[in-house]
Design a protein around this ligand. Sequence first.
Ligand code: AMP
Length: 418
Amino acid sequence: MSAKIQAPRGTFDVLPEQAAARAGLEAAARKVLERAGYGRIETPTFEATELFARGVGESTDVVQKEMYTFDDGGGRSITLRPEVTAPICRAYVEHGMHKSAQPVRLWYLSSCFRHEAPQAGRYRQFWQVGAEAIGSEDPAVDAELVLLLAELLDDLGVGGLRLRISSLGGPDTRAAYREDLQRHLREHADALAPEVRERLELNPLRAWDSSHGGTQAVMATAPRLLDRLDGEDAEHFAEVRALLDGAELDYDIDPTLVRGLDYYTRTVFEFESSALGAQSGVGGGGRYDGLVAALGGPETPGCGWAAGIERMLLAAERPPTAPAPVDLFVAYAAPVHRRAAFRVATEARQAGLGAQLELAGRSLKGQLKQADRVGARFVAILGDDGAALKDMESGEQEDVAAAAIVPGVLRGRGGFGL
Ligand code: AMP
């Protein structure tokens, strides 16, 4: 026998029972986002590597360690998307969307690929649902986006939520801050975790994410970016907070919140759930006012978020289910009635009903059990004396002609009985 081949580490198959919950989540996201004017976008699974190097940032963990990058056989370096914001901004520029009414509001549900150490809630291929509003600086855009993610998480019953927000200010504030933080870290280099020390020159802000005791002690006395926002950035952040307060959404201002991607400016936020383990981030995002220009487009502000499908489903108390309803299960008393049953099932589907036919050669009793298991609303039983139609909700059963089954179900589905 040949050796079994398994799915690559950190990946998973979506089986039908999980697909139903994922479809339900997609429907919930569509409802929340399309109601707010977001249109769905789909970008390619792979992009030019340059897009992420420039967009996400050369110094980030994602670009340095986590991308699946390869030569496409024609000498071009391509990368499986590790995130979707940079691809969407690329599409915004490529399709001249700056000429449309601003902001352009887009949402997506896409697979992402990151070469990370797999663990619960952390995979190498995972799915994100996300929203981006490109072309407006208005703090209402930031607040609206936060509220839309809060609404989605609430719809799914994601428990134990905590929202942290902060502001990173503009690029000048951030550049000056970066130098000051580096100075502070260099002064205390001996106390830092080796990986923080190594990344001190390239990405000092990541020191805020460290769980290393010595590093945390150094960070307790480190300068904070939030204390240094200039007038306009501080005003912008105050307005975002006022709008969230007006919507009565609870949040914590967390000056230590830095996100892993380089493009963020001003508002950043993250939702965590205590229902998750170590990987507690369910979704987050922020403003990226320099990204479109960095990708060769006009100076254009933008803001957005992404939330992990698998983590939302892990933390959801009301996992959405959207199995296709089975309006009719077609059973038969003996094999001789199989063709007639097949005809009824086909006719039912042609009439737009969800219909399943017995396919496993079960006894009539077994078929009725199966009908119950799949949650069928009606069961038709074809036998020697014609057919019977049973309403599984009321338990009522009637003898009918085979030709009357589908019209009967169509009438009865409205809840008016047979
Ligand atoms: P990020 O793009 O890093 O801000 O991530 C946004 C969201 O995507 C996170 O809050 C997670 O829910 C999800 N996510 C990120 N990386 C992974 C991963 N490796 N596996 C599963 N979900 C992930």
